[in-house]
Structure formats: C-alpha cells, structure tokens
Write a protein that binds this ligand. Structure first.
Ligand code: SF4
Length: 386
C-alpha cells in the first residue's frame, strides 16, 4: 500500500469519527442521504436534520412518494434547497429506473440528480465495497497540501491531476480510506489552521516541508458578490394569521413558503429581483412602491405600519438585502395569483418548508404574545414607522 494511504488508515483507526450516524451503516440510502446533506454543510449542522429526515422518510420509496412540501419542511433551515428537490428526484429515479436499489456502477450513479462523481464514489465504496476515489473539499485540500500543488484548484487541468492522484492513492479498502481523508481534512488539515504537528502525514507532506501549509490551496481572487434588494410583507389578518406565498419550484428558495415579496421596479412575480440600486433606505419612495405593488398583487387594503431596519442574508452567488414591512389588513381578499397565497397561523407555519430568514421572522412572532409585543421585540433602532 502507498505510505500515505497506510498512514491515513492507521490514524483513522485510532482517531477517526467512527461514531457519526452515517458511519454506522452500509445502507446505500442512508449513505447517499448523508453525502447529499454534507455537501457545503458542516457535520454538526447536518446531524439533527439527518436523524429527523430518516425518521420520517426512512427509505427510497418513502422519499420518492412523499409530498415535496414535506421534503422541503424536513430540509428547512439546512439551506441549498435544490439539494432537497434533487434528492427526491433521485429517489424517484432509483425506484422507477433501478428497482429501488442505488445503481452499482459509477457511470449509472452519476446520472442521478444531484449526484456528482465524488458523491457517487463515496456511496459505492461504502455501500458495496467498491474501489473508488473521492474528491470532496476535505480530500482535495489534503492532496493539494501533501503534494504542494500550487495551481488553481478549480482549473480543469488541476482537477484532472487531482482525480488521477486520488485514484492512484486510494487503496483496496476505499470505504475506510475515503472516510479517513475526509476526517483528516475536517479535523487536522483544516482550511485556515492546519495542525501539522498532530498530522500523520507530517513526515511526507511537501507543503509542510516548504513552509507553505497555510498558503495552499492558492486562494481564489473573489469578486465582490452582487446585491439584490427586496421587501417582504408581514401582513396579519384580524385572527393574527400571517400571509405567506409559495415560491415557484425552481429558483431561489424554490417550493418554500415565504412572506410576499415586493421587488424593486414593481415586478409582480417573486424573483428576488437583482436590482442593487433600489433605495431601500428611502422610505417615501419605498412606501409608494410597496403600496402599488402589493395592492396589485394581493388585492388587499393594507395599512403599512412599520419598516424594519435592513437585514442581510448571504447566498453563494449574491448578497440579499431586505427589509420587512409590517402591515394591518383593513379589507379586501387575497387575489388570485399564479403562486399560492395562504393565511397561516404563525406557529403552524413553522412546520412548513421555510427559508431561514422567514423562519426567524415567524419564530419571533410566535414568541410574542400579540402584535404589540412583536413591536417591542424588535429593537427600537430597527423599527421605523412609515
Ligand atoms: S502536514 Fe499540515 S499541511 Fe500537510 S497534510 Fe498534514 S495538516 Fe495538512
């Protein structure tokens, strides 16, 4: 066996995270679900979601047949909701095209929605004992540092080189090796503070020998994220219910329930409009625009009562700036709309699939005894009467 693999396996046997819930199984559904949830998400964040998800949807069939609303509700708060929609589509394909079994070849597995080469390899190695290399973020970082690769990690040529390297290093016991390199990257060879003194690869690591452990992988020059600005309407009816709209199934927060949106420029369809120049700070312009947009979209007679201070929410490819506008419903009825609009009891709405910013707003409402208390819960500096 190649020394690096041997050292990693020896370290993993003694220090690996063997107690992770998805390390207790060789079931392809459970392994695949963990891999999907762990994409771009930390282990500690995934753990509670993983357990809850499996309690409700314990196998391919259950996930394939579940209402999308239920899947999104179980995923709510974990972010990157395209993963949830793809997960259900993948489960449906496993059931309909593969007789309820995860495909047992790499070529077939990567045709499933949301399943890339590394995810497929990890599942095949652990579920079926096949010898496939992975190249997730942790494995990539360990390989780049241990071999002092200073090319752009995202360049196609570097990707090819890394996959070749990963394949050459992966031993017959790919199941343990893949978990070992993931754990080393998560626990020792971490992005910002590699703990080289505790590393089993310290003796052969080229980055360490060159004093470049902290400099690799080479940093990308990050372009500033574009901004999108939007206002969300927090309208409550006489019974204290809050108006939510279900977003279209594709796009940002697809299929999730959300406070009605008013995009700058007055667009009727909820698109989280990419218009950075909209004057979120100018309340007189804002008031006129919001009244016009919501009167047209919702056919409700609204009295706008409060404008919360601007908040931000980071997406991978843009920064969302938003303000939450409180309103009393004075009359009218919710208009027919291409998107479903529903009045929800705030506490019951928390059981729906909600994006994290919406969940925080509703949780704050639920904690409040009544609408006046909602006002007090918002720090005075964040509220402006309009
Ligand atoms: S010696 Fe340091 S840089 Fe090299 S693999 Fe180990 S932790 Fe990473």
């Amino acid at each position: 066996m190649i020394p690096l693999a041997e050292m990693l396996l020896d370290w993993y046997a003694r220090h690996g995270r063997h107690d992770l819930p998805w390390r207790q199984t060789r079931d392809s559904y459970r392994l695949w679900l963990a891999e999907i949830m762990l994409q771009q998400t930390q282990v500690d964040s995934v753990k509670p979601y993983y357990g809850r998800f499996l309690e409700v949807l314990p196998n391919w069939q259950a996930l394939a047949e579940a209402p999308l609303d239920q899947v999104l509700a179980l995923w709510s708060g974990l972010g990157y909701y395209a993963r949830a929609r793809n997960a259900q589509r993948a489960a449906q394909e496993v059931v309909t095209r593969h007789a309820g079994h995860f495909p047992d070849t790499l070529d077939a597995a990567i045709t499933l929605p949301g399943v890339g080469r590394s995810t497929a390899a990890a599942v095949l190695a652990s579920a079926f004992g096949q010898k496939h290399a992975i190249l997730d973020a942790n494995a990539r970082r360990v390989l780049i540092r241990s071999h002092a690769i200073d090319a752009d990690p995202r360049a196609t040529a570097t990707q090819h080189r890394l996959w070749s390297l990963a394949s050459a290093l992966t031993p017959h016991d790919a199941h343990s090796y893949n978990q070992a390199i993931q754990d080393l990257g998560a626990m020792i060879c971490t992005p910002r503070q590699p703990r080289c003194r505790a590393c089993p690869l310290a003796g052969l690591c080229m980055a360490r020998a060159q004093g470049r452990s902290h400099d690799l992988p080479v940093a990308r020059v990050k372009a500033a994220k574009p901004e999108r600005c939007v206002c969300f309407l927090l309208a409550r009816d006489a019974d204290g219910r809050v108006l939510l709209e279900k977003r279209p199934e594709t796009g940002i927060w697809g299929g999730l329930w959300c406070l009605p949106e008013a995009a700058p420029g007055g667009g009727e369809h909820p698109v989280l409009c990419p218009d950075a120049a909209y004057p979120l700070q100018d309340t007189s312009v804002l008031r006129q625009s919001l009244r016009a947009v919501w009167a047209r979209r919702l056919a409700l007679h609204l009295e706008l009562t409060m404008l919360e201070e601007e908040q931000r929410h980071a997406f991978t490819h843009f920064q969302l700036r938003f303000r939450c506008v409180h309103a009393r419903v004075l009359g009218g009825a919710v208009a027919d709309s291409a998107v479903p609009l529903r009045w929800h009891d705030p506490a019951e709405a928390l059981a729906q699939g909600l994006p994290t910013p919406m969940r925080r707003i509703l949780e704050r409402m639920v904690k409040a005894a009544d609408s006046s208390r909602v006002t007090r819960l918002i720090p005075r500096r964040r509220v402006r009467v309009i």
